[in-house]
Ligand binder design. Structure first.
Ligand code: BG6
Length: 489
């Protein structure tokens, strides 16, 4: 009596995301004791598989990463006993009806809550939402559906997807994931800003010169070319991951930490942003490069990518927020694949100290003397502030040093994967880190005009060698706004 169960059905269970992220995250939650006592995990996909085969597939992806000194084989076994598989078509209500019957057996008449994770291409989202909602009749509990981008290709197709899903699900049931919101340092953004007096008052055009959102990966689109070529880096990274970080960074203080209050502020700031056009952007595409005797492939060398593709694998953009707080402050974004390193950072460059007494000590390059706050989201999480400091000694020489919060030194706990936090939130009904539909509309409104212009004018990307720092065009773009990329120093 009063007991409830949760079932989590991963639709698209044999896909990459499920294997790499979803199952390991579910296990980590189980390991930490975060899943309810009665839980069932179902894999759903078209291929035929037995429960045991799914378990083998899952167990191959699990490691005892939380405490590697202790074996966790018994926990893995317990976890796997709760994992099952059902094979079916994505558009068959009858197949989902059979799943429903199986779920009911596990639910055993308890209050039944059901979470569906749609780890599938967006063209079948609506089919699955229809089948899952029409053929699912859990005992009174909630039904929620997690969907993952791409949410369309532009404003129109995104709106269609939203309308389609809402035929079968209410907005409250839809959990749109942007996994960057589940990253530890992204969640920390609000804490850093709103609970530190030394930051909060500085968070405006009065003290901040520009803000940079930087994303780089040191590998290309190998193996995902088919998906990627349809979307490109602007839709893959900027319109969602970087823009979400920007919204959290720049929003007005929310009334409270409640999901609706936070999302209201995010929508507001997104709606205050100017739409992007061609002059605000530089696009690039990586080409093959030989280094140390190894030949790294170019983007169009991928068999699944048309040889004349002009899809950008790199982009740099300048965005503006037309409100009182941020008027005139450039928010720069840079995102690229096949660059020289893998890193995601937010860099906040502060203004010059008016009438700086030590101006002379910096020679001609005063820009080198401004403070910069760096939030390194990954890897090797850190927050550091560049300050001016006297070099110890009898003379008066200054340099820039870092006040440094390095997570690996400060905290011994392992940082959870973004999917762990987000899955837990979805189970608990916490919607703060999920994207509301009006937020999504506002995000598309910023990027859609640009994406259309790029396609209409067939803008050719600037080629850059695999493993390089990207096209030089990015520097000219920044220079237009008197900005230097912080990661180039
Ligand atoms: C995904 C993109 O959303 O994020 C990928 O589709 C990208 O192209 C990935 O590689 C990056 O995520 P993370 O967590 O590895 O930085």
């Amino acid at each position: 009596e009063g007991e409830s169960t949760v079932s989590i059905t991963v639709v698209g269970a044999s896909g990459d995301l499920a294997k790499k992220k979803i199952f390991p995250a579910l296990f980590a939650l189980f390991y930490e004791g975060c899943l309810p006592k009665h839980f069932t995990i179902f894999g759903y996909a078209r291929s035929k598989m037995t429960d045991q085969e799914l378990r083998n597939l899952i167990s191959g992806t699990l490691t005892c990463r939380i405490d590697q000194r202790e074996s966790c084989d018994d926990k893995i076994d317990k976890f796997l006993k709760n994992c099952f598989y059902h094979s079916g078509q994505y558009n068959s209500e009858a197949d989902f009806k059979q799943l429903d019957a199986k779920l009911k057996v596990h639910e055993g008449g308890r209050l039944a809550n059901r979470l569906f994770y749609l780890s599938i291409p967006p063209n079948i989202f609506i089919d699955v939402a229809r089948c899952a909602s029409r053929s699912s009749s859990p005992a009174k509990g909630w039904t929620r559906v997690i969907v993952e981008k791409p949410f369309g290709r532009d404003s129109e197709s995104s709106a269609e997807l939203t309308t389609g899903l809402k035929q079968f699900l209410s907005e409250e049931q839809i959990y749109r994931i942007d996994h960057y919101l589940g990253k530890e340092l992204v969640e920390n953004l609000s804490v850093l800003r709103f609970s530190n007096l030394v930051f909060e008052p500085l968070w405006s055009r009065q003290y901040i010169r520009n803000v940079q959102f930087l994303f780089s990966e040191d590998f290309g689109t190998e193996g995902r070319g088919g998906y990627f070529d349809n979307y490109g880096i602007i839709r893959d990274i900027m319109q969602n991951h970087l823009l979400q970080m920007l919204a959290l960074f720049a929003m007005e203080p929310p009334v409270s930490l409640d999901a609706e209050d936070i999302r209201n502020e995010k929508v507001k700031v997104l709606r205050s942003m100017r739409a992007l056009h061609l002059e605000d952007i530089v696009v690039g595409q990586y080409k093959s490069h030989v280094r140390g005797g190894v030949k790294y492939p170019g983007y169009t060398d991928d068999k699944t990518v048309p040889s004349n593709s002009i899809t950008p694998t790199f982009a740099a953009a300048a965005l503006f927020i037309d409100n009182a707080r941020w008027d005139g402050v450039p928010f720069l974004m840079k995102a690229g694949k096949a660059l020289h390193n893998r890193r995601t950072e937010i860099r906040v460059q502060f203004r010059h100290v008016p009438g700086n007494l030590y101006k002379r000590s910096f020679g001609t390059d005063l820009d080198q003397a401004t403070n910069e706050l760096v939030i390194r989201v990954q890897p090797d999480e850190a927050i550091y502030l560049k300050i001016n400091n006297k070099i110890p000694g009898l003379g008066m020489r200054l340099d820039r040093s870092n006040l440094n919060l390095h997570y690996a030194d400060r905290y011994s706990r392992e940082i959870p994967d973004a999917y762990e936090r987000l899955l837990l939130d979805a189970v608990e009904g916490e919607r703060r880190l999920f994207i509301r539909s009006d937020e999504l509309d506002a995000a598309w409104a910023i990027f859609t005009p640009l994406l259309k212009e790029l396609e209409l004018r067939k803008v050719a990307p600037e080629l850059y060698p695999y493993g390089s720092r990207g096209p030089v065009g990015a520097h000219y773009l920044a220079a237009k706004y008197n900005v230097r990329w912080g990661d180039m120093n």
